[in-house]
Design a protein around this ligand. Structure first.
Ligand SMILES: Cc1cc2nc3c(=O)[nH]c(=O)nc-3n(C[C@H](O)[C@H](O)[C@H](O)COP(=O)(O)OP(=O)(O)OC[C@H]3O[C@@H](n4cnc5c(N)ncnc54)[C@H](O)[C@@H]3O)c2cc1C
Length: 313
């Protein structure tokens, strides 16, 4: 068992990273655990080697349109640049570069899945895929349905976690030769099976010599096809994309799908975080809304509560 840490944050997405940065800046020992191989959670970039090319896809958050100037300043300091409209910020060479830069200098353990937690003897005990950990305080920043599964349906926070609704999103990634049709940079149509389609290679500093697309299925399509096999989803989505572009599925250099089971909140909690006895905090984008900025605001609010001693129990 590893030694006890002051605060363990479960989840190294924008919420967990924001909370950790504020705690670390204030001199509070903090460690992040994340089950993923990379940092950033749903601010994600997939890298694929195919057809002799190195392909990048922003298959989670597409861009950030910050409302709070403090968030905009943090994104710009992390290397964000403008994509198309002046208020759309993206990371380069991919969205995941933003959380990675923001996590610079933090203690992050990747590939560590937390499978159970309980409080005993004045400490939190975390069971993980890489051994047990102990901490005085735990901040949980994973999607609400996953937080509910981890804490259990008899936990005091279960009723509030159960009320949060998160919608799935099926995402198609596809690349075509550089001279293939590229009729638009981005397209939004909530009534089309592919509600959002973006030409990723129009973002700054993306690999050249290829046209790369990310398409997000509509809410209705995603809910209807969620439990289909990845091959079945691909076979349904790729022809829709090709019809919009004016090309054929057999022209693609690479195509695959990603299934986000908990993509974005459709029924948020309505406040910045939840708190329970013994210094347990639960937060995430889903507390306040569907966007990365909502996660940032939740993470910031949790850090503020911790640092002002509001959890003095
Ligand atoms: C398809 C899609 C498109 C989007 N588009 C936009 C957009 O254009 N603009 C925008 O602002 N937002 C967008 N969003 C939303 C944005 O990505 C999220 O609001 C934000 O990334 C959420 O951050 P978070 O830290 O709260 O959660 P997450 O990013 O989900 O982070 C949670 C982390 O917890 C880890 N984790 C989960 N369970 C465990 C466990 N048991 N043990 C250890 N680690 C665990 C996960 O690996 C993950 O890294 C989009 C999201 C999706 C999926």
């Amino acid at each position: 068992m590893a030694g006890a840490t002051g605060t363990i944050i479960i989840g190294a997405g924008i919420t967990g990273i924001t909370c950790a940065r504020a705690l670390a800046q204030a001199g509070t020992p903090v460690r992040l655990l994340d089950k993923g191989r990379g940092i950033g959670g749903r601010m994600a970039t997939k890298r694929v080697q195919a057809a002799g090319l190195s392909l990048h896809y922003d298959h989670g958050a597409q861009y950030i349109r910050p409302r709070d100037p403090a968030f905009a300043a943090e994104l710009l300091a992390a290397g964000a640049s403008v994509w198309g409209e002046s208020d759309r910020l993206v990371g380069q060479p991919g969205m995941s570069s933003l959380p990675r830069a923001m996590a610079d200098g933090l203690d992050v353990a990747q590939g560590v899945e937390v499978t159970g937690l309980h409080h005993a003897g004045g400490l939190w005990h975390l069971e993980t895929s890489a051994g047990d950990h102990m901490a005085r305080r735990v901040v949980l920043t994973i999607p609400a349905p996953q937080a509910l599964a981890l804490l259990g349906r008899d936990h005091p926070l279960a009723p509030e976690l159960s009320a949060v609704q998160m919608a799935p999103c099926l995402t198609l990634m596809a690349s075509f030769p550089a001279d293939s049709p590229a009729p638009f940079a981005a397209r939004l149509d909530p009534d089309h099976p592919l509600a959002w389609v973006a030409q990723d290679t129009t973002k700054p500093d993306r690999p050249k010599g290829v046209v790369t697309w990310v398409a997000q299925a509509s809410a209705a399509f995603s809910a209807q096809h969620l439990d289909q096999s990845p091959d079945g989803i691909l076979a349904d989505m790729l022809p829709h994309l090709c019809a919009l572009l004016g090309t054929a599925p057999n022209q693609s250099l690479h195509a695959q799908v990603h299934r986000w089971r908990y993509a974005q909140a459709t029924q948020p909690l309505g406040r910045a975080f939840l708190r329970a006895a013994h210094g347990l905090y639960v937060g995430g984008d889903w507390c306040l809304g569907p966007r990365a900025e909502d996660g940032w605001a939740s993470g910031r609010a949790m850090a503020k509560a911790i640092l002002t001693g509001a959890d003095a129990d």
